[in-house]
Design a binder for this molecule. Structure first.
Ligand SMILES: NC(=O)c1ccc[n+]([C@@H]2O[C@H](COP(=O)([O-])OP(=O)(O)OC[C@H]3O[C@@H](n4cnc5c(N)ncnc54)[C@H](OP(=O)(O)O)[C@@H]3O)[C@@H](O)[C@H]2O)c1
Length: 226
């Protein structure tokens, strides 16, 4: 049966590439972006476009109302931010930290909670979080991007709790590291292209099992340390 995939933050970067590659595989793709016109060319290629500012609970509820009880095989919480300029001890932007947690932690939780029945009604029953190796405590030998690191570490625990919570419903929830990717966030020096990252992430999402749920996966299929 044709898979239905929902991707947040689909207007650019890794999210956009995942839309393109899922469309090429014949999936139905529900692409979400806060500026829906960013999705025009993706709509021309077959995607459906929905407005979604992920920190806006009304927008999440409106998306849920539009989708009704439609099954979603793969829900990809991709939208994320690197956080504010000031992320150094002694010069910490606490309001910016709060906002980063809104986007990178609370929003993926809320979107997942709002759409869990849609995921449960599907065949593949998979939720993917776009985390980062910078959220790994074991791999953090630097405090650079302090706020971003803490947000992705928290996201990993959100993922773990949801995987436990929804296991009885047959839902698999994973965190992923997309590589260091040459997007607006990753910068032009990054060694992994958005297309390479998206291909790897899709392979990880498609290969998810009950056993791989609740764990943290690199885009190349290797497991990441916490
Ligand atoms: N690039 C890397 O090297 C790298 C490494 C590790 C993890 N990641 C993670 O991978 C994910 C995608 O990153 P990327 O490199 O593709 O980043 P990007 O090029 O900066 O794109 C970020 C996407 O998230 C969307 N977004 C941000 N805040 C949003 C909000 N409040 N509501 C709705 N959408 C929002 C953006 O939409 P607008 O266009 O409207 O701003 C954009 O589509 C992020 O979660 C990031 O943390 C990236």
């Amino acid at each position: 049966m044709t898979k239905t995939v929902l991707i947040t933050g689909a207007g650019r970067g890794i999210g956009r590439q995942m839309v393109l590659q899922y469309l090429a595989k014949g999936a139905k793709v529900i692409a979400c972006a806060r500026t829906v016109s960013d999705l025009d060319d993706l709509v021309a290629k077959g995607a459906e476009a929905y407005p979604l500012e992920v920190t806006d609970l009304d927008a999440i509820n409106a998306l849920k109302a539009s989708l009704g009880d439609r099954p979603i095989d793969v829900l990809i919480n991709n939208a994320g931010i690197i956080g504010p300029e000031r992320q150094a001890v002694g010069d910490m932007d606490i309001d910016g930290w709060r906002q980063t947690m809104e986007v990178n932690v609370f929003a993926p939780y809320r979107v997942s909670e709002a759409l869990v029945d849609n995921v449960a009604a599907s065949d593949h029953r998979t939720i993917v979080m776009l985390s980062s190796q910078m959220g790994s405590i074991e791999l953090s030998t630097s405090s650079d991007r302090f706020i971003y690191r803490t947000s992705k570490a928290a996201l990993n625990q959100v993922m773990n709790c949801l995987a436990i919570e929804w296991k009885p419903r047959g839902i698999r929830v994973i965190s992923t590291h997309p590589g260091w990717v040459s997007t607006d966030m990753g910068g032009s020096a990054a060694p992994v292209t958005p297309a390479e990252s998206a291909a790897g992430l899709i392979a990880v999402a498609e290969g998810v099992t009950d056993t791989s749920s609740g764990r943290f996966w690199n885009y190349d299929g290797k497991e990441m340390p916490w």
